[in-house]
Design a binder for this molecule. Structure first.
Ligand code: SF4
Length: 688
C-alpha cells in the first residue's frame, strides 16, 4: 500500500485562493476546506486541479532545440550551462539590458522575489516585468495615486456579506471565481447588486428577479458612466461633505471635472437610461455600499483613469475606510497581489517600493549584500519590453507566463520571440510559448513544493507540499540559484522557500507591503496575515488614515476622451473575457479533460440582429478580423450581447487566439494594453 501524504493548501488558480486539502495515496485528490473566502467551496477548476499534477503532458526533463529544429530532452547540467552561456555571451556582446526576464502573477511570493533579485543582481539587467502588467496595473496605479497604497481589497472579503449595495464593474465573478458569489448574497437579497457589463454575463444574470440591476453600457464607456454618476451624486447633494473635508484633497478640481457629465450626456454616451443612472447614484448613497472593479473596466488605454473615477465616486460618497462600505479591485491571477509587491515589476523593489528611491535601494542592496549603485535603474513595462525582443533584447527568460496567447497582437509577438538569440521558458507544460523556446526548463507545481501566496484581500497564505514532483522537474528557486552560481553572481541564493521568505521579509521591511513580521512558521499557526504585517496584521488599512504622508486620499480629476486609434478595423467592437472552465491562457485548463471537454473551443457571441444582417447562423464558422489578424470560431447567436458588440474568450491558441486581434496600445500611466475595445469585422468564414 502506498504511503499517504496530505497537505492543507490553496487552489493553484485564481486570486480567491480557495482553501483545499490535497491528499496523495496512489492517486491525488482534492477536497474543499473551510476558509473565510470559500467556506469549503471550490469551483470546477479547483475540484479538478489534481489532474494537473498527474498529467501525461508534464515536462519531466529539460529540452533543448537541436540543429534539426526539434526540441529534445537533455540533462540539467547541459541545459543550465547553455542558459548561463547565453546570458553571459549576450551581456558581453550587447550589455546587461540585452538580457530580459518576463515573470508571472501565478508564481509564489518567494519566486517572484527571487526573480526580481536574479534579474538585478545575477544579470544586472533593468529589463524585467511580468504578466500582471496585463492584469492589475491600471487598478494598481490608480490605487497608489489615490490612497498611497495598492491592496486589491483593503478589507476582508467577508465584509461584503453585509453589503446593501454592490456596484460591480467589469467583472464576471460567476465565471471566474464562483465561491465568491456567496459574498454577494446579502446585496442580492437587498435588491442591490448592480452589474456593469456590455454582456448579459452569468454575473449580470444574478441581478434578475429583483436582485439588482444590469447596466448594459456600451463597451469602453465605463469612464463616462463613472463621471456621470459622480456628477449626479454631487448635483443631488448626496456627497459626504464632512468626509470629503476631513479625509480627502482635490474635491474642487474633481467637482469641476464632472460638471459637464450631466445625466443626459452620460446616458447618450453609455446607452444607460437617465432614470437608471439616478437610481444607481441614490442607491450607492443610501448606506452599506461597495464599489468593486475588474479587468473589464481596467484593461483599456484609459484604464487608470477609469479606476480613478471609480475611486473618486467611492470617496465622494465617503465609502472608503469605513465599516460596512468600501472600494476594491478584484485581483485575477493566483498571486496577482503578491506578485506585484516584491520586485517583478520593472520599477519596483521588494516591499512595493520604488527602485528610484535611494533609501529603498540602500535597504534592499544591504539585504542582498551588494552595492546599491550597482543595482540597475527602473526598466520598462511589459508591452514595451516585449517590443524590444529581437531588437535591443537578445535573450529572454520567461517564467510562469504564456505570452503568445495572453499578450496583445500575438502574431507580431511570435515573430519577435522567434528572432531572439535565445528564448528560455520555465513551465510544467509545453505551452505555446515554450514550443518556441531554445531551452525549456521543467518546473514543479503548486502541491509539490512549499511557498506563500497573497490573496485578493492582501492576506498572505501558505501553499504547502502534498507530494513529490516528477523526478526531472525542479523549483524555479533551484534553477535561479544554479544559473546564478554559474554566472558567479554576488549574494546568496537559497533554494529553501522558508529561507527565501525570511529574506523577502527583511527586504520588504519599511515598505508599503511590509512582510517583516511574518515567517512560514508564523503563517503555519493560522495567523490572519493581512499586510502590512509588522507586529500584527492590517485587515482594514484605511480606517484611520490613508497611506499618503498627510493621511488624506487624493481625488484626481480625470476626463473621458475617447481614444481614436482603436476605432480602426471594423464596425463591431470586440470584448474579450473568460469561461468558467478555462483559466487565463489555458495552459493548464486546456489539459484537464473535464474542463476542456466542457469548453473545448472559443465561441464568438453575436447578437441575432447583427448575425442576421451578416448572414451568420448559430454554430456557423466565422472569421473575425482586422488589420492585425484573423480569428476563426463558431458563432453563438445570443441576445446576451449588444448589437454593436461581439465577445471572444482569450483562453485559446492558434486560429482561435483572441489576442491575434488586440492591439499593443497602452494606458499612458499604467502601460496596460487595450484588451476590451478592439474594432473587428465578422464574416462567414469562406476559408472553410
Ligand atoms: Fe480555485 Fe478560484 Fe475556483 Fe477558488 S474560485 S476553486 S481559487 S479557481
Amino acid at each position: 500500500m502506498t504511503a499517504m501524504s496530505s497537505a492543507d493548501t490553496h487552489c493553484p488558480y485564481c486570486a480567491l485562493q480557495c482553501a483545499m486539502t490535497v491528499t496523495h495515496q496512489g492517486e491525488t485528490t482534492v477536497t474543499g476546506r473551510d476558509f473565510p473566502t470559500n467556506r469549503g467551496g471550490l469551483c470546477a477548476k479547483g475540484w479538478t486541479s489534481a489532474e494537473l499534477l498527474a498529467s501525461p503532458h508534464r515536462l519531466r526533463m529539460p529540452l533543448m532545440r537541436r540543429s534539426d529544429g526539434t526540441l529534445a530532452e537533455t540533462t540539467w547540467d547541459e541545459a543550465l550551462d547553455a542558459v548561463a552561456a547565453a546570458f553571459r555571451d549576450t551581456k558581453a556582446a550587447h550589455g546587461p539590458d540585452a538580457n530580459a526576464i518576463f515573470g508571472g502573477g501565478g508564481l509564489t511570493n518567494e519566486k517572484a522575489y527571487q526573480l526580481g533579485k536574479f534579474a538585478r543582481v545575477a544579470l544586472g539587467t533593468s529589463r524585467i516585468d511580468y504578466n500582471g502588467r496585463f492584469c492589475m496595473s491600471s487598478a494598481a496605479a490608480a490605487s497608489n495615486r489615490a490612497f498611497g497604497m495598492d491592496r486589491g481589497l483593503p478589507f476582508p472579503v467577508t465584509d461584503l456579506d453585509d453589503a446593501q449595495t454592490i456596484l460591480l464593474l467589469g467583472s464576471n465573478v460567476a465565471a471566474t471565481m464562483p465561491p465568491f458569489l456567496a459574498h454577494l448574497a446579502g446585496a442580492r437579497a437587498a435588491g442591490g447588486l448592480i452589474v456593469v457589463d456590455p454582456r448579459r454575463s452569468a454575473t449580470a444574470r444574478l441581478t434578475e428577479d429583483g436582485a439588482g440591476t444590469h447596466l448594459q453600457a456600451a463597451p469602453g464607456t465605463d469612464l463616462p458612466l463613472l463621471l456621470g454618476l459622480t456628477h449626479i451624486v454631487i448635483a443631488e447633494g448626496l456627497a459626504d461633505r464632512a468626509y470629503i473635508d476631513e479625509r480627502t484633497s482635490g474635491f474642487e478640481s474633481l467637482r469641476r471635472s464632472v460638471a459637464q457629465w450631466w445625466p443626459e450626456r452620460t446616458s447618450s454616451t453609455t446607452g444607460i437610461p437617465v432614470a437608471q443612472l439616478r437610481e444607481t447614484a441614490r442607491r450607492l448613497a443610501a448606506g452599506g455600499a461597495y464599489i468593486l472593479t475588474g479587468r473589464g473596466v481596467e484593461q483599456h488605454v484609459d484604464g487608470t483613469a477609469t479606476a480613478t473615477a471609480a475611486i473618486n465616486l467611492a470617496l465622494v460618497l465617503g465609502l472608503v475606510g469605513r465599516d460596512g462600505s468600501g472600494y476594491g479591485t478584484l485581483t485575477g491571477q493566483g498571486n496577482g497581489q503578491g506578485g506585484r509587491e516584491h520586485g517583478q515589476k520593472a520599477d519596483q523593489l521588494p516591499g512595493y517600493r520604488s527602485i528610484r528611491d535611494p533609501e529603498a535601494r540602500r535597504h534592499v542592496a544591504g539585504v542582498w549584500g551588494v552595492d546599491p549603485d550597482e543595482l540597475p535603474d527602473a526598466g520598462i513595462p511589459a508591452t514595451a519590453l516585449l517590443g524590444e525582443l529581437g531588437g535591443p533584447v537578445k535573450t529572454l527568460l520567461v517564467a510562469g507566463s504564456n505570452v503568445v496567447v495572453s499578450a496583445p497582437d500575438v502574431d507580431a509577438l511570435r515573430q519577435r520571440l522567434q528572432s531572439l538569440d535565445t528564448l528560455i521558458v520555465c513551465d510544467f507544460f509545453l505551452s505555446e510559448t515554450a514550443e518556441l523556446a531554445d531551452i525549456v526548463l521543467p518546473v514543479l507545481q503548486w502541491a509539490e513544493e512549499e511557498g506563500t501566496m497573497t490573496s485578493l484581500e492582501g492576506r498572505v497564505i501558505r501553499r504547502r507540499q502534498a507530494l513529490a514532483g516528477p523526478d526531472g522537474a525542479r523549483s524555479e528557486l533551484w534553477i535561479m540559484a544554479e544559473i546564478a552560481r554559474r554566472l558567479g553572481a554576488a549574494s546568496t541564493w537559497s533554494t529553501v522557500p522558508a529561507e527565501v521568505f525570511d529574506e523577502l521579509a527583511r527586504a520588504s521591511e519599511g515598505g508599503v507591503a511590509d512582510y517583516s513580521g511574518l515567517s512560514h512558521a508564523l503563517l503555519d499557526t493560522g495567523v490572519e496575515a493581512y499586510w502590512p504585517y509588522r507586529a500584527e496584521g492590517t485587515p482594514r488599512p484605511f480606517t484611520q488614515r490613508f497611506a499618503h504622508a498627510d493621511g488624506r486620499a487624493r481625488l484626481v480629476a480625470v476626463d473621458a476622451t475617447p481614444p481614436t486609434p482603436t476605432d480602426r478595423g471594423g464596425e463591431l467592437t470586440l470584448v474579450t473575457g473568460r469561461y468558467l472552465q478555462q483559466y487565463q491562457s489555458g495552459t493548464q485548463t486546456r489539459r484537464v479533460a473535464e474542463l476542456n471537454g466542457a469548453r473545448p473551443e472559443a465561441r464568438l457571441e453575436i447578437h441575432p440582429a447583427t448575425a442576421s444582417r451578416l448572414g451568420i447562423r448559430e454554430d456557423a464558422l466565422v472569421a473575425v478580423s482586422n488589420e492585425r489578424g484573423t480569428v476563426r470560431a463558431r458563432a453563438t447567436v445570443t441576445t446576451d450581447i449588444r448589437h454593436d458588440t461581439v465577445f471572444l474568450p482569450f483562453h485559446y491558441a492558434g486560429d482561435e487566439c483572441a489576442n491575434r486581434l488586440t492591439e499593443a496600445l497602452v494606458d499612458p500611466t499604467s502601460a496596460m494594453p487595450e484588451f476590451k475595445r478592439t474594432r473587428v469585422r465578422v464574416t462567414p468564414d469562406a476559408a472553410v
